[in-house]
Design a protein around this ligand. Sequence first.
Ligand SMILES: Nc1ncnc2c1ncn2[C@@H]1O[C@H](COP(=O)(O)OP(=O)(O)OP(=O)(O)O)[C@@H](O)[C@H]1O
Ligand SMILES: [Mg+2]
Length: 463
Amino acid sequence: MTAQGDRNSQPLLEIIDLSFTHVGQKQPTLEGINLHLNPGELVVLAGATGSGKSTLLNCITGISPEHTGGKLNGRVLYRAQEITSQSIRERAKFMGIALQNVETQLFTDRVQEEIVFGLENWNCPAEEIEQITRIALIEFDLLEQQNWNVRQLSAGQKQRLLLACLLTRNPDLLLLDEPFAFLDTAGIGLLLQLLKERVKQGQSLLIIEHRLELLQGLCDRAYRIDAGSVKPCNLSDLPVAKRVLDRDRPTANKLVSTQETTIVLQTENVSWGGYPPFPDLRISIGDIVLLQGDNGCGKTTLLKLLTGLLKPQTGWLQIKGQDATGQSVIQIARTIGFVLQNPNHQLFAESVEAEVNQPGVTLARARELLEQLNLSHCTEKHPHALSQGQKRRLALGAVLARQPQICLLDEIMVGQDAMSLELMLRCLKIFTDRGGTLIFTSHDPGVTKILQPKIVRLHTNSV
Ligand SMILES: Nc1ncnc2c1ncn2[C@@H]1O[C@H](COP(=O)(O)OP(=O)(O)OP(=O)(O)O)[C@@H](O)[C@H]1O
Ligand SMILES: [Mg+2]
């Protein structure tokens, strides 16, 4: 797949003996990193959550240390030129980056404007902007949403919009941090196809991804970060979540079959935003329920309705036999815990331990949960200094610590390496084995196979 030619005989990107230490840390997160990317190559960067993948991407783009602080040693070369010798604007001409937290990269209010804004910034001829934007909206299946406020988009739609903005600019080098995380099956297929075309055209891609099976057959080479250093590896040698997990499949729905079922949550005719009502729910103690549907079908909206964060326009909601339609978020939170799609919106404490060790939670219980979620080694850290995958596990721990009877999870299994996903699912198994009820969303068929949930299918409806 590698493009040939004289101009291409040198690597496009070369990293030499790079090390990086985060602000306030004594030990480097990355050490002795050597890595290169040739023109027209698609290279995968793998590694456990918290291993330093996003940190490395930040070093390549110059976000670290320029914006984050910290100490960087070593060299990052683009076409044999020191990257730090170029201004951010110059770098952005040849480099496009999709960060893991999509929301931090969307700037405008309207979907269409977001694409136009990027093109205008790059002095794209005005007469071409309209057509390029329209093609991008069609290609990324956002035509129907073109006049929406960006905030109205689902996480998957936001991810598609960010990628549309990035790909319309056509930079030589694309750095993508988990670009498939929130996409549904159709979205993943579409993006894989587009990336394949980009590689054929000679663009180079460095992609961070945990679901390695997605990229098998498409990537030229792979690296794995482990204990701060990076080594070339074969994708097929790396652990895939399903393989690890299949050995130990939880028997999660046990309680439903062995006990008399009791309805804990029921809805009827619930709707919001002028859309047709959601399917009615009748959920029993110990149930594991998957809300399944394409990007933008309303999964997060339904979860927000169940927690009182949104109030239904029609219909009613009952929790443990009591009408909860008009109940406050605080009242409902006594029974229902909610782990949000974006963990950054849910972490408020000064340290990892304090986040879980809330009033009413014993220190022993907090530590037990942190141990179960493999966060014991960073109890003193600030929650926002964790990697995205670690933040998701922490947000789950903080919610489980409050011992809710029902737990709602909005795509929190994304971005977990095989072992971390296993830990997360074990924790959930303990929760359901003790009588907890789980309602979750996930696009990962591997997770569905393991949890064996009852499935509620949501359909994409127009207003
Ligand atoms: N601002 C920061 N201050 C201190 N430590 C940090 C900071 N940002 C990240 N780290 C630490 O650096 C390590 C690597 O984090 P990074 O976000 O690069 O991991 P990652 O491999 O991208 O993980 P994930 O797969 O979960 O996204 C983690 O231990 C994290 O806690
Ligand atoms: Mg990361």
